[in-house]
Design a protein around this ligand. Structure first.
Ligand code: NAD
Length: 327
């Protein structure tokens, strides 16, 4: 009987269906019971005796995979593949599937929530009233008054753009290395280079994957181009925005604001927690009840398909291996 480890956390909180599907298929399943994300060392120790893994963003590095001698299938609950060494998977004959579509609506909505929150300083008012019993009536801006820049208009960024159009954003600037025709036809947007986007946007929202090209994409130089009272949102991956440069910029420019959902090291406990002009969330972009459940069901269905000899629908496509080969 194939042995499966569920390393992603949390798992099956809103529906037990994903676990039931695997058990009904006759798989021997063990679920992460430590209540947090595993370290690379823990993954290397744990995976040695398993045939398959339902993985979150835990490291599946070459080091981990070399020790996982029995491993044949990785099913990522989610879309980002920066945690999975795809070349090492290919070398070892490990198949990899993911759930690219399921998280997108939830991440797009969280992004809108972060934008609205910062534009009206909701989190600052909440914090002041709770912690200081203070009554400040903050001035803010509305989405229909500002220019918004989106870097990376794929599944998530595209949804952000479509939702912003419905809000009546007067000017939407988009930067993407592979522009989507679909958005062009239907939406009033301008495709621009990154420098123009950073200089002219009141709000910049990032939705690219973490790759060598996007690592530290927003660092001190990029901050220096942005408006002093701009808003930056990163609900993509830690490492795309340089955390130290962000901290320094926020500290030196109190009118500048940022919202960060993803961090270089998670769980995050770094210096950004000191800053009132930084809104922090705990990598919860995909954590709506429906999207998270769908991600888990899709990932478990693929794993069941693999171990019962059926066709896997969402194997990671070749271009993701090619992108990673450039690293
Ligand atoms: P996607 O592949 O559909 O879209 C990414 C877009 O970025 C593509 O259009 C691509 O052309 C563009 N891009 C890539 N490199 C670029 C560059 N250097 N400059 C400009 N554009 C570039 O991916 P998606 O499904 O929209 O997901 C995007 C990222 O969101 C994922 O890789 C993942 O890291 C992150 N994510 C975060 C959460 C969360 O909980 N916060 C959840 C899911 C996904």
């Amino acid at each position: 009987m194939p042995k499966i480890y569920v390393s992603t956390f949390p798992f099956c909180i809103k529906s037990s269906l994903p676990l039931e599907m695997m058990k009904e298929a006759g798989l021997d399943v063990v679920v992460n019971s430590i209540g947090r994300k595993h370290t690379e060392e823990e993954m290397a120790d744990l995976l040695q005796s398993y045939d398959g893994v339902i993985a979150g963003t835990e490291s599946l590095s070459k080091y981990v995979l070399e020790k996982a001698e029995k491993l044949r299938f990785i099913s990522r609950v989610g879309v980002g593949l920066d945690s999975v060494d795809l070349a090492a998977c290919k070398e070892r004959g490990i198949s990899v599937a993911y759930t690219p579509d399921a998280p997108a609506p939830a991440v797009a909505e969280l992004t809108l929530g972060l934008m609205l929150n910062l534009m009206r300083r909701i989190h600052q008012s909440n914090r002041e009233m709770h912690e200081e019993k203070k009554w400040t009536r903050f001035f803010g801006r509305r989405i229909s008054e500002v220019t918004i820049g989106v870097i990376g208009a794929g599944r998530i960024g595209g949804r952000v753009v479509r939702r912003l159009s419905a809000f009546g954003t007067p000017r939407l600037l988009i930067n993407d290395i592979s522009p989507s025709v679909d958005l062009d036809r239907n939406h009033k947007i301008e495709w621009v280079d990154k420098v123009k986007l950073l200089k002219e946007s009141d709000v910049v929202s990032i939705h690219v994957p973490l790759t060598p090209q996007t690592k530290n994409m927003i660092s001190a130089n990029e901050f220096s181009l942005m408006k002093p009272d701009a808003i930056l949102i990163n609900a993509a991956r830690g490492g795309i925005v340089n955390e130290l440069d962000l901290y320094n910029h926020l500290k030196q420019n109190p009118e500048f604001q940022a919202a960060v959902d993803v961090f270089e090291c998670e769980p995050y406990a770094g210096p950004l927690v000191e800053l009132n002009n930084c809104l922090l969330t705990a990598h919860m972009g995909s954590m709506s009840e429906d999207c998270r459940t769908r991600m888990e069901i899709d990932a478990c269905r693929e794993l069941v398909n693999f171990f019962t000899g059926k066709e896997v629908q969402k194997l990671v496509p070749d271009y993701e291996y090619k992108v990673q080969a450039l690293w």
